[in-house]
Design a protein around this ligand. Structure first.
Ligand SMILES: [Zn+2]
Ligand SMILES: [Zn+2]
Ligand SMILES: [Zn+2]
Length: 384
């Protein structure tokens, strides 16, 4: 008869978590004699109960239910090879108690993830993924990336990919993991390089989008100021609440966008007095000219109430009569400026609503519960 060699982890130690509960857990005493053995690396055998293993893992259930092999007379033998014996012991302990000791998790996290995946124990797998995600570094990222692919752990996979893509590529190339990947897994190397490339392109697109949006917002502000200058007659530019601002100007509530208004007024004055005007104007003149033209594409003032912005009507008429090649481009620009204005207005309204909500929370004595009760009562009253 084959000699039974037990794992350094004794059965008492193995079910230690359960035995520790002895006296509190009435089911412990009902545990029958072990009827299966887990064969680990080095020929160690860990005794276990088929019913408990089968209830925790559908894969183990299949193995247990499969017909016994020939010459198998000392209980069913389930091999769990390729990982340290203590990792298998920790795995079996998790099956018995749904718990895992910190030191075991620290030492055998990778092995436990593999066991949790192979034997379909999702709770253990999730815990390992969380722990490994917390321990992710540049040094182990490539190893964990390979492991996450083998163990079908997409959360960990994407975490590793993100870390690799946010790292200096030269530093990544110096790691042992990357060198190993280049020599042994060119497919995964290509996948990582593609991901890094996509991230870079996405960052560039986002940057470009933000820059464009900022430009459209600035143009939208300039358009508002232009109307404000010519309809409200703002000429003595100064901040809204400046004490030295003329009383009439303050009354009009002028210059919400002081800097833009000021710059525009300087451009307007320049356009009126530029010496190069007759030769087609300088770059500043051209900029002002473009702003006036853009206004004409945005302006929806009805004819009954003529727009006061200079050249607005002339530009509109010319656009109708001449149909220039670049009209399409101006229309597109005008649409983008208008939508930037709408977006700014929406985000300002949201910010205002948020501020007033926070204010009313503060005034309710900082008590969230009281605030919630009040709000609920108010909405309830609305239905009365
Ligand atoms: Zn102004
Ligand atoms: Zn000029
Ligand atoms: Zn106009």
């Amino acid at each position: 008869m084959e000699e039974l060699r037990h794992c350094p982890a004794s059965p008492a130690d193995l079910y230690g978590d359960i035995y520790a509960l002895d006296g509190k857990n009435p089911y412990v005493r009902e545990l029958p004699e072990p009827d299966v053995y887990i064969l680990t690396t080095g020929g160690h055998r860990i005794p276990a109960h088929s019913g408990i293993l089968a209830s925790a893992s559908p894969v183990l259930e299949n193995i247990i239910d499969s017909p016994p092999r020939k010459h198998q007379n000392s209980g069913k033998l389930i091999p769990m090879l390729g990982v340290p014996c203590d990792a298998v012991a920790a795995f079996i302990r998790f099956i018995y108690s749904s718990r895992c000791r910190e030191e075991e998790m620290e030492k055998y996290d990778i092995h436990l993830l593999a066991l949790g995946h192979v034997y379909s124990v999702p709770q253990l797998k999730q815990r390992c993924i969380r722990v490994l995600g917390e321990r992710l570094t540049l040094e182990n990222a490539v190893d964990l990336l390979q492991l996450s692919r083998l163990c079908n752990a997409p959360d960990l996979h994407i975490r590793c990919m993100k870390l690799l893509s946010n790292t200096n590529f030269k530093a990544l190339q110096q790691t042992e993991g990357w060198k190993f990947l280049q020599d042994h897994d060119p497919h995964l190397e290509l996948q990582v390089l593609k991901f890094i490339d996509e991230c870079e392109s996405r960052k560039k697109r986002t940057r470009r989008y933000r820059e464009e949006r900022r430009l459209y917002e600035q143009l939208s502000e300039a358009m508002s100021c232009l109307e404000h200058i010519y309809t409200e007659g703002c000429t003595g530019v100064s901040p809204v609440d400046a004490a030295d601002q003329p009383a009439a100007s303050r009354k009009r509530g002028s210059c919400a966008h002081f800097t833009t208004c000021h710059a525009l007024q300087q451009l307007i004055r320049h356009l009126a007095g530029c010496r190069k005007r007759e030769k087609g104007g300088c770059s500043r003149c051209k900029r002002m000219w473009q702003l006036l033209r853009l206004h004409s594409f945005i302006c929806d003032q009805p004819e009954a109430y003529p727009c006061r912005v200079p050249l607005c009507r002339q530009f509109k008429l010319r656009a109708q009569q001449e149909r220039r090649k670049d009209d399409g481009m101006w229309k597109l620009l005008a649409r983008k400026v208008v939508s930037a204005k709408a977006m700014t207005s929406i985000s300002q309204t949201q910010a205002k609503r948020k501020r007033s909500l926070e204010k009313s929370r503060e005034s309710s004595g900082g008590s969230d519960d009281l605030y919630r009760i009040r709000t609920r009562r108010q909405s309830f009253l609305k239905f009365d």
